[in-house]
Design a protein around this ligand. Structure first.
Ligand SMILES: [Mg+2]
Length: 182
């Protein structure tokens, strides 16, 4: 009788090979569900929130920033990592204030995706943010990350779709997020 493949991998051993401030890297000796034993290199990354901030006139706010890893400037949906112990909603509001300088009145979850499941456990959780307003004195203080210097601009949905078609938007989470509202 043929045995069914296991549901999950069985981990024989695991070692941290790198610990940074953005992610850690593990090398795990595992037996995969179909029985093969291999060393898997895995980036362990906290969850991220990806924001689709929609203004009162339905325009969508994107940010343009220099991405060192690919050495170019990219237009993207605002996004960021969830802090330890922070709720997804709180992270979405905080990132909205940090990256585009406004707080959302309403937050609607749209779904979750794995951006790079071949080697990374990060999950990206997408939110539609509306009721955007300027900060008030009693709002929590916000800070910009030193590696972030953002240009902020709002676009009509069809303008963003055209930029995707022409290859002027190259960030995959942005393309995924726009597909959720188009
Ligand atoms: Mg960010």
């Amino acid at each position: 009788m043929k045995t069914m493949p296991a549901d999950r991998a069985r981990v024989e051993s695991s070692r941290h090979v790198f610990t940074g401030h953005v992610f850690i890297v593990d090398v795990d000796r595992v037996h995969l569900p179909h029985g093969v034993a291999v060393d898997m290199e895995v980036v362990r990354h906290p969850p991220s929130v990806v924001l689709i901030p929609v203004e009162a006139d339905e325009r969508i706010v994107l940010v343009r920033q220099y991405r060192y890893a690919v050495n170019r400037w990219l237009w993207e949906l605002p996004a960021g990592s969830v802090d330890e112990g922070e709720s997804l909603d709180t992270a979405a509001s905080r990132e909205c204030a940090e990256e585009i300088g406004r707080w959302p009145g309403s937050i609607e979850p749209l779904g979750s995706f794995y951006p790079s499941p071949g080697f990374c456990d990060e999950v990206m959780v997408f939110f539609r943010l509306t009721g955007l307003r300027l900060p008030k004195p009693d709002d929590p203080a916000v800070h910009q990350d030193p590696d972030e210097h953002l240009e902020i601009r709002s676009f009509a949905l069809h303008e963003i779709q055209a930029l995707i078609r022409t290859g002027d938007i190259l960030d995959m989470k942005t393309i995924a997020g726009i597909s959720l509202i188009a």
